[in-house]
Design a protein around this ligand. Structure first.
Ligand code: NAD
Length: 509
């Protein structure tokens, strides 16, 4: 680990001290006046309060969104007109990139260089769905002489969007862009640890010409505001990203109203390094794969499985590099790992580091860096020789902690890769083409990268299997989630209809 100066007290200019809901085009507090505290992860001091949405606030937001859906112009606009608004949104996000990154880094503890990429990716999501809805066409089928059928694609209504605190603005854009592009109206419930950047959407949307009521934001705790949104009868869709256990709760709570659900959940993804891999490239990628975004990354390659033939060499080189990762002030451009989002999350990650000390051989890190006595800092931590039944092998830690395990054969590597409840991503390092494709086919993961970390084209499906999620978003799959595909059948001639009840002409019945 390389030292940077002790955490700076960097505070963005014009930092709001109170964050409100945004309902029907207006910033408002909770009807009952309830608030919660928001803190920054470097000082852990409360820098703001946020309105704590209750059921009555969610009711107001849903009512506004429903009104905008039923009687407003947005759902009925031509695709090109909606696309123009989406492109203006993308322009505004890009134009605010520096400010957004600064706020995101301040609120989440993500290194500033990595937060910058998030704003550009968020803008790209809007451009992408603007393009997609304009190019979108649907099936029409002709049954010669008898029918023409076509798909009439329609927005569904009020979409409830519930998002996590890791890369919050970017993950919100994943849901906002397709939900709005397809003509729905939305209520966004951002994560309570990181509500700061979400409030920027309101002005961005208003300035871009999104009609009032189309976008609504309710801040608050998951068990209050999130729960009310999930249970609301006028919200037919919930798109959720977060922990698997929360996803299960939402699944149960959405059952009463049979909602459409998209679930992007946790992960414990394997990075499998075979002996024939380009070792230096694999090490670069396996380091970035788990230590970027502070390890608070759903697709983190947090289990590294290494061919026994190169195991010792891999572990030695990997640990040496982990020790030189720059941990420090998230606002410092040299920082590679910043502060974990919240003291509660810090305590969780720190407890896994302690558990790991009895489950594996500690090669790097192991706790708080000495030069950072304050703030939610954990040194990049590497455990080797981790058994497959260890908790640090099985459970999502969501921090800068990695478990390395050796394997003797392709079969054993596959069994280890699949031997957890999650199935989000898998990363394979090999130069053997047949092995790569065979392993990709066998691995239980929604997404596989061969000889790469997570680099994703927006057209590809995104989603996990097993406990990592339900359904896929990405490209046309997001369009499908946020729309009904109504089948319209047009008869071209007389349809043969059995004449039930007609006995006058002696027809057979
Ligand atoms: P979380 O599940 O604690 O919270 C996510 C959101 O759900 C928050 O807005 C929270 O307020 C809300 N929530 C909590 N309880 C709720 C309830 N009962 N009803 C309705 N809403 C509720 O997750 P987190 O800690 O914010 O985020 C980290 C998790 O997200 C990790 O498990 C990570 O793997 C996962 N994640 C998954 C993906 C993916 O695409 N698969 C992407 C990013 C993060």
């Amino acid at each position: 680990m390389t030292f940077t100066a002790a955490a700076s007290a960097h505070r963005p200019a014009d930092l709001p001290t109170h964050l409100q809901h945004f309902i029907n085009g207006t910033f408002v507090d909770s009807a009952g006046g309830k608030t919660f505290d928001v803190l920054d992860p470097v000082s852990n001091a409360n820098y703001a309060t946020a309105a704590a949405g209750q059921a009555e606030d969610v009711d107001r937001a849903v009512a506004a969104a429903r009104e905008a859906f039923l009687h407003g112009p947005w759902p009925k606009l031509k695709a090109r007109e909606r696309a123009r608004v989406l492109n203006r949104i993308a322009d505004a996000v890009e134009a605010q990139e520096t400010r957004l990154a600064e706020l995101e880094t301040f609120d989440t503890g993500l290194p500033i260089t990595q937060a910058r990429g998030q704003a550009l990716r968020a803008a790209e999501n809007f451009r992408f769905f603007a393009d997609l809805i304009v190019a979108q066409f649907d099936d029409a089928m002709k049954v010669p002489g008898s029918q023409i059928n076509y798909v009439n694609r329609k927005p569904i209504g009020v979409a409830g969007l519930i998002t996590p605190w890791n890369t919050p603005f970017m993950l919100e854009s994943w849901k906002l862009a397709p939900a709005l592009a397809t003509g729905n109206t939305v209520v966004l419930k951002p994560a309570e640890f990181t509500p700061l950047s979400a409030s920027l959407w309101a002005r961005i949307f208003q300035d871009a010409g999104l009609p009032d009521g189309v976008f609504n934001l309710v801040n608050g705790l998951g068990e209050e505001a999130g729960d009310a949104l999930v249970k609301h009868p006028d919200v037919p869709l919930i798109s959720f990203t977060g922990e698997t256990t929360t996803g299960q709760t939402i699944f149960r709570n959405a059952a009463a109203n049979l909602k459409g659900l998209s679930m992007e959940l946790g992960g414990k993804s394997p990075c499998v390094v075979f002996a024939d891999a380009d070792l230096d490239a694999a090490i670069d990628s396996a380091l970035f794969g788990v230590f970027s975004l502070n390890g608070e990354r759903c697709t983190a390659g947090s289990r590294i499985l290494v061919d026994r033939a190169i195991y010792d060499e891999f572990c030695a080189k990997y640990a040496a590099r982990a020790k030189t990762i720059v941990v420090g002030d998230p606002h410092d451009p040299k920082t590679e790992v910043g502060a974990l989002v919240h003291p509660e999350h810090y305590a969780k990650v720190a407890s896994y580091v302690e558990i790991g000390k009895s489950e594996g051989r500690l090669l790097a890190g192991g706790g708080r860096p000495e030069h950072l006595p304050e703030g939610n800092y954990i040194a990049p931590t590497v455990f080797a020789d981790v058994a497959p039944d260890a908790r640090i092998f099985q459970e999502e830690i969501f921090g800068p902690v990695v478990a390395i395990t050796p394997f003797e054969s392709d079969e054993e590597a596959l069994a280890l890769a699949n031997g957890v409840k999650y199935g989000l991503a898998a990363y394979l390092w090999t130069t053997d083409l047949a092995r790569a494709h065979t392993f990709a086919d066998g691995v239980e993961a929604g997404m596989v990268w061969l000889n790469s970390h997570n680099v994703r084209d927006l057209r590809t499906p995104f989603g996990g299997v097993k406990a990592s999620g339900l359904g896929h978003e990405g490209g046309y799959r997001s369009i499908d989630f946020y729309t009904h595909q109504q089948a319209v059948h047009i008869t071209l001639g007389m349809v043969h209809t059995p004449a039930f009840g007609r006995i006058d002409k002696g027809e057979q019945r």
